[in-house]
Design a protein around this ligand. Structure first.
Ligand code: ZN
Length: 301
């Protein structure tokens, strides 16, 4: 007995210079049979057409920071991305038709984050999805943002189910064939998983899941004018998901002196030196490495 159809949106180009997701959506629109599953109704969306045409992250404002519920309801917010966010919210969550159940938002990062799945929430469906993907790809990383599952301004937060795929390192405005193929494969695995769940098929999953929970962000050291006083330390560059212990070097100032991590616990930095985050005053995001017991949410080992 098949459950009702699950509506899934595959979104690319939320950031106009992240070509992986843009070209994957274009491919899926060219070969729509790749989206066909018995229990899924899949749609595709290029979220920020003007930014894509300009090969820029955004035109007026970062679109992936425009989906806060209060901002969507604020009629005075009318710049390009603020309008696009309202249009996308209306398209994915129409009041009179079936709303999208799952959003998969495709991104890339200049940080060395490999294949990262950013969960939209810790809903058991998402955690089982993460476990399934971890089983398919040993090198995948599962990440939860600081506002995971709460109201936040990310596009993925429009619904509870789904994730962002964040692959890197990929330079802005560059198409990397390997990352494109890996993202395409992950999308196929996500659709397979959702379809299996909808069909009531039991999947064998691992009994636990390693997850990196974001706790805080760190800005670059800056002078009174906001200019950088130091760069990411060479020992830290590209070391995403590697442990950083108290006293480890984080930054190297322009006198050649190391600036060390002054926290008291081991953390696992990610988004290290992400190009788009200089304007957001984020040099890295500090995460806590967690082991989630999946048997507690009904997964039978
Ligand atoms: Zn992005």
């Amino acid at each position: 007995m098949v459950n009702r159809m699950l509506k899934v949106a595959i979104v690319g180009g939320t950031h106009g210079n992240e070509l992986t997701g843009i070209y994957l959506v274009k491919q899926l629109e060219q070969f729509p049979e790749r989206l066909v599953r018995p229990t899924l109704d899949c749609i595709t969306l290029l979220a920020n057409p003007r930014a894509i045409a300009a090969n820029q992250r955004y035109i007026d404002r970062d679109l992936n920071r425009c989906f806060d519920a209060a901002d969507l309801a604020n009629a005075t917010l009318q710049n390009y991305e603020e309008q696009r966010a309202k249009e996308i919210a209306a398209q994915l969550k129409p009041k009179t038709q079936k709303q999208v159940d799952v959003i998969v938002d495709l991104h890339s990062t200049t940080a060395n984050m490999g294949l990262t799945i950013i969960l939209s929430s810790r809903d058991p469906v998402n955690l089982r999805l993460a476990a399934y993907l971890s089983q398919c790809h040993a090198d995948i990383r599962i990440y939860c943002g600081i506002n995971c599952g709460q109201s936040n301004p990310m596009l993925r937060s429009l619904v509870t189910l789904g994730c962002t795929i964040e692959v890197g390192p990929v330079a802005q405005g560059v198409l990397d064939a390997q990352r494109l193929m890996q993202t395409a494969m992950l999308v196929q695995h996500i659709l397979d998983y959702l379809d299996a769940v909808q069909q009531g098929n039991s999947l064998s999953l691992p009994s636990s899941l390693t997850l990196y929970q974001a706790r805080s962000t760190v800005d670059y050291p800056r002078n009174a004018y906001g200019e950088l006083r130091a760069a990411i330390h060479p020992d830290r560059q590209f070391q995403d998901y590697q442990p950083m212990y108290p006293g480890d070097p984080m930054f190297l100032d322009f006198m050649g002196e190391s600036i060390v991590y002054a926290g008291e616990t081991v953390v696992y930095p990610v988004f290290i030196n992400e190009a788009a985050y200089y304007e957001k005053q984020i040099a890295m995001v500090l995460t806590e490495k967690q082991t989630i017991d999946l048997t507690a949410i009904g997964v039978k080992p």
